[in-house]
Every structure is written in C-alpha cells, then in structure tokens.
Design a protein. Structure first.
Length: 326
C-alpha cells in the first residue's frame, strides 16, 4: 500500500512540469537604456495550449503609484504551431518614458484555462539627451505646435461623420416633400392644347404684300424681286383657293385653268394683267416707276379680296344645307 502511494506521488510530480511547460512567457528588452521620448521594444515569446482563450497583459502596480512609462503599442506579430496542441505566439510591446530615471517595467502575465505564467520585471534606464551649451545661439526656443491644414478628404470625413449633416439633410428632404405635396395639383393639372387657327390663303397673301411696304426700289434687280414676290403670292393664293398647282404653270396655263374652274372673265383679265406686267419687268427688263410698283401691290390685294368674296355665298349655302339636313 505504501509502495502504491509513492508511485502516485511520483506520477503527479512528473505530470505537473509537463503541464506547466504548455503555458510560458519570455520577455527581452531590445535595449537597456533610452533617451527621454525614445522608444524601447519588448519582444515576447508566449506558449499556450489554448490559443483562442489566451490573454496577456501588464501586471498593475498594487500601490497605486503613478506609472513612469507609457505603452505605445502591444500586440501579437506571429503564431507558430509547434505540435502536441501547443502554439507559440510572437508579440511585441513598444514603451517610452518622459522621466529621467531608472524605471521598472512590471511583469507581463499570460493566462489560459490550464494555467498562467509571467515574466520578471524589466529595468529600463531613461536618460536626458545631451545638450551642447557651448553654442547657445543654436538652441531654439520652445514653440507651440502648428496646425496642419485640412485636406479635402479630411473635410469630407468631418462632414459625413457629423450628425449635423444628417439632421440638415433630413430637414431638407422633409421640406422638399412638403413642397411637392402642396404643389402636386400643378403637376396633375391637364394643360389644354392651344388650338391654332389655320391661316387662310388670303391672310398669307396679305402678309407677303405688307412685307413689301418698305422695299427698296432703285435698281432693276430691286424691281425684279418686288414683282416676283407679288406674282408668287398671287399664284400661291390662286392655287390654294382653287386647288391646283399654279407656281410651275405659265401665265397662259394659269388663265386657261381659271377659265375652266369658272372664274369670271373680269377677274381672269385682272389676273392676266398682273402676271403679264410682272413678266415684262422680270424678263423684258422693263423698268417701271415706283408708283406703278406700289399700285400693282394694291391692285393684287384688291383682286384677291374680290375673288375671296365669290366664295362667301357658296360657303353660306353649304352651311345652311347642313343645318336643313340635320
């Protein structure tokens, strides 16, 4: 029985070191001494049997004394699987100090569910930088830090991360919705198309002849353009009123067509007179007086108005016939 108890104690003593080897930590300073404000790196090698639940931290001073060092960064840099469920973590801590003295960095603790380990305290000597007092003129006075100008990206980040931007945008959106709601009737209103009254053939002729009121009549070309405008307007009116192509016909063909369509002999004679007089100016190079040219315009308009009156009784009779039929 005593022999069995000795065996159990020896087995337990053998297992405890093996479990302890699964959780360990080693720390090494890259330099023993730094100047005020310089950085020192602590390289850490951590072994753990439970990587996901491993945590490491600096042991806090229980006396509550102010810390004379500052941790700038602390994190893992690499992880290696060394077998049998054990991983090795490479980590680094960057520290600095602004006190010219010998400081003691507290132990760094690593913990897992199976146990914990810690480093020994590390000593770091912080010294003041040497100042050359032999040339005091080279010593520059302490100045306040200068402001770095904002870039466009900085301004955009400040705008889009501010709640004021989203509040203003929300208010503008609400105002726009209210405006659209109040003015929705304007968008829903049906715009009635404007009915354009067709311009009659006589009205078109009047406009062409009125445009000749300030025409320049000095040279042969001036009179030629003037008479061409008068006859072209008259031909267009006759073609539109009687329904035939008058622009490409000769004077005789136009007169013959008007005879066949029932135009009176007096009106036909006046039409022939206007067209023949214009032909003399355009082709025979006859140079009329200015008064004759203005008179021709007046006669042409009177001729067209007289022809227009011939259609009024027939149009009235047509309307009366429609009323009787209804």
């Amino acid at each position: 029985m005593k022999y069995l108890a000795y065996c159990l104690l020896l087995s337990l003593a053998w297992c405890l070191p093996s479990v302890g080897q699964n959780v360990s930590i080693q720390a090494r300073l890259d330099r023993p001494e730094i100047k005020i404000g310089e950085r020192a790196a602590i390289d850490l090698t951590i072994r753990t049997d439970d990587l996901s639940r491993t945590r490491f931290y600096l042991l806090q001073d229980s006396t509550g004394a102010p810390e004379r060092y500052r941790v700038l960064s602390f994190g893992a840099t690499d992880t290696i699987d060394i077998g049998k469920g054990v991983q090795e973590i490479k980590a680094q801590m960057i520290v600095t100090s602004f006190d010219s003295t010998l400081i003691t960095l507290p132990p760094i603790v690593v913990e897992t569910p199976s146990g914990q380990a810690m480093t020994k305290p590390l000593a770091l000597n912080v010294i003041s930088p040497e100042v050359d007092l032999s040339q005091p003129e080279n010593i520059r006075p302490i100045v306040s830090p200068w402001d770095e100008p904002y870039t466009l990206m900085d301004i955009l980040i400040l705008i889009f991360t501010s709640w004021i931007f989203y509040a203003v945008a929300g208010l503008l959106l609400i105002a726009l919705l209210i405006y659209e709601y109040r003015n929705r009737a304007r968008y829903l209103q049906v715009v009635k198309p404007e009915i354009l009254r067709p311009v009659s053939a006589l009205e078109q002729l009047k406009r062409k002849l009125e445009a000749l009121g300030d025409a320049r009549l000095e040279t042969q070309e001036d009179f030629k353009r003037y008479y061409s405008t008068v006859t072209d307007g008259l031909r267009a009116y006759l073609g539109a009123r009687y329904g035939f192509e008058a622009m490409e016909r000769t004077t005789d063909e136009v007169i013959e067509k008007l005879h066949s369509l029932g135009l009176g002999s007096e009106q036909t004679r006046h039409v022939e007179q206007v067209l023949m007089e214009a032909s003399l100016v355009k082709f025979a190079k006859s140079l009329p007086e200015r008064g004759d040219a203005l008179l021709l315009r007046t006669q042409t308009l009177a001729l067209a108005e007289g022809i227009e009156r011939l259609f009024i009784p027939s149009e009235g009779e047509s309307l009366a016939g429609k009323e009787v039929t209804q």
